[in-house]
Structures are given as C-alpha cells and as structure tokens.
Design a protein around this ligand. Structure first.
Ligand code: NAD
Length: 259
C-alpha cells in the first residue's frame, strides 16, 4: 500500500528509542524525511544512523529536551515547515498524588501537555496554509482507563486529548488532521524498567515478572513498537485526510470496554 508520503517531512519528537523511534522508522520507510529527537545525544545520533541505512535520506539528529523553548526551537530550526508532527515524550513518574508538589505537576504538564501544545502552535498555521498536515500525539491507554498511581500521566494526557479534540475541528477543512495513539503495553525500555522495579518489589526474576505481565494481556503478549509505528504511518498517509480527532487504542484487545 502506497501511503503517498514520498518526499514529505516530519519532526518526530522523542524518537531516539521506543515508540517514537518506531514511528520515525515507519515514516522513513515511506520516503518521509525525518528529524529524529531524544534527550541522549549519542543515542539520537545512533538512531538517525540506523534509520539512514534504509531511508532515502539520513534523518537529521537533534538532541534536545522538548519541554524547553530551546529544545523546541532546535527542532523547528532543523525542519521549519514539517508536513508531519509526531508529539511524544517520556512519561512522568509513578506515585501517589499526595506526594506530588506543584512543581512536580508543572513538570508533568510540560512533558505530556505543554511541549505538544507549543509544537502544534509553531507549525499548525503553516500546515493550514499548505493544505496538508498530519499531527499524531502519542498518549496512553490511561486516557480511556486511568491507571492507579499514574496520576500525573492520567491528568496531563487527558488534558492534551481535550485540547486536540477542540482544535482538530478547526483545521479539518484544510486537510490537517490531528489524532492520538493510545498505547497499551509495548515492549520498550520504559516497560522493561517498570518491570524491573516490580520484579525487585516482588522478589522475582525479571523474566518471570515480564512473563506474568505479558500473561495479563488478553493477547498474551506485549505490543511490538513496529506495530505502533505502522499505525502512525497510516494516520499520516495522504489518503487519511478524513480520519481526524480520533483516540486510537492499540493494546491487543486488553481494554475491556467497547468504546
Ligand atoms: P522509552 O523510554 O522507551 O523512550 C522514550 C524516548 O523519549 C527516548 O527516545 C527519550 O530520549 C525521549 N525523551 C524523553 N523525554 C524527552 C524530552 N523531554 N525531550 C525529548 N525527548 C525525550 O519510552 P516509550 O515506551 O517509547 O514511551 C513513549 C511514550 O509513550 C511515553 O510517554 C510513555 O509514557 C508512553 N506510553 C508507553 C507505553 C509502553 O507500553 N511503552 C504505554 C503507554 C504509554
């Protein structure tokens, strides 16, 4: 299936590893020119080199923190008029809401709400003028089913969802779409480090902890980042212009609700 993306440009935030990297890779396979980003310079450059082995053009690597104005400026300087923007970042820490201070809340909002809002603000009007834009935000299953002790994430991702829900209707007629991908459990470094903490707490081996967690999924496994990358590329396709303002859960069927 040709997604009609040859020669388009994309900023993929937080893409040096994990889900962001999978989105960058899937778009690069479709001929999109990519800006890869992460907080770790060596890792970001390594990912750009890796993607460069199969992409038409080696991605630009921009090591920058998207929660800061300087970080966002560096990304936009590398690609001032992107056709595609994938908003992603690390997740905030787990913990009981009683422990979080105002400063913890602001950090979480910077990470999972305001960084994305500022990136959208910088590129949206250009997309409208050019009559093409695809914005994909990676959020979480927590938007549909808030997760205990992930209060910072539950709140900030739901706030982004509301923001996108309002804005997407204003730009639909200009062939600019905005969609959110809600990952369930994906096999990434983030999941591995959460599993490792739980393995220590339960005094079991990491492999046993991972097996038990996989078994709790109705699919019996974690998602592979490549599966999410394919969804992202589809949402960005030239032919996906009528598909907007959706919250698309990708979790192998584990979420029990039907809507
Ligand atoms: P990961 O830890 O494997 O990768 C995170 C990536 O984000 C890295 O490339 C890192 O450099 C980059 N990053 C982090 N903070 C950044 C910042 N401030 N500026 C720029 N880059 C930054 O994580 P992942 O598993 O790929 O998760 C990606 C997002 O999806 C996270 O927000 C996570 O909470 C969310 N999520 C993941 C899962 C899952 O199962 N993996 C499930 C639900 C939600």
């Amino acid at each position: 299936m040709d997604l009609g993306l040859e020669g388009k440009t994309a900023i993929v935030c937080a893409s040096s590893r994990g889900l962001g990297k999978a989105c960058a890779s899937a778009l690069a396979r479709e001929g999109v020119r990519i800006v890869v980003n992460g907080t770790d310079k060596a890792r970001t450059e390594q990912t750009a080199a890796e993607i460069g082995t199969f992409a038409a053009e080696r991605p630009l690597a921009v090591a920058a923190d998207i929660t800061t104005p300087e970080g966002r400026h560096a990304l936009l300087a590398a690609c001032p008029k992107p056709d595609i923007l994938v908003n992603n970042a690390g997740g905030p820490p787990m913990g009981n809401f009683r422990q979080w201070t105002r400063s913890d809340w602001i950090k979480a909002l910077d990470l999972n709400l305001l960084g994305a809002v500022e990136m959208i603000r910088a590129i949206l009007d250009g997309m409208v003028e050019r009559r093409f834009g695809r914005i994909v935000n990676i959020t979480s299953v927590a938007v549909k089913a808030p997760i205990p002790d992930l209060d910072l994430s539950n709140a900030s991702r739901s706030a982004l969802t509301g923001f996108v829900g309002g804005l997407a209707r204003q730009v639909s007629r200009y062939n600019v779409t905005m969609n959110n991908i809600l990952p369930g459990s994906f096999d990434t470094d983030r999941l591995a480090s959460a599993a490792s903490r739980q393995a220590s707490a339960n005094a079991v081996a990491l492999e046993d902890q991972l097996r038990a967690m996989g078994e709790r999924e109705v699919s019996g496994r974690f998602g592979s980042p490549e599966e999410l990358g394919s969804l992202c590329a589809f949402l960005c396709a030239s032919g996906s212009g009528y598909l907007t303002r959706q919250n698309i859960l990708i979790d192998g069927g584990t979420y029990p609700g039907i809507v």
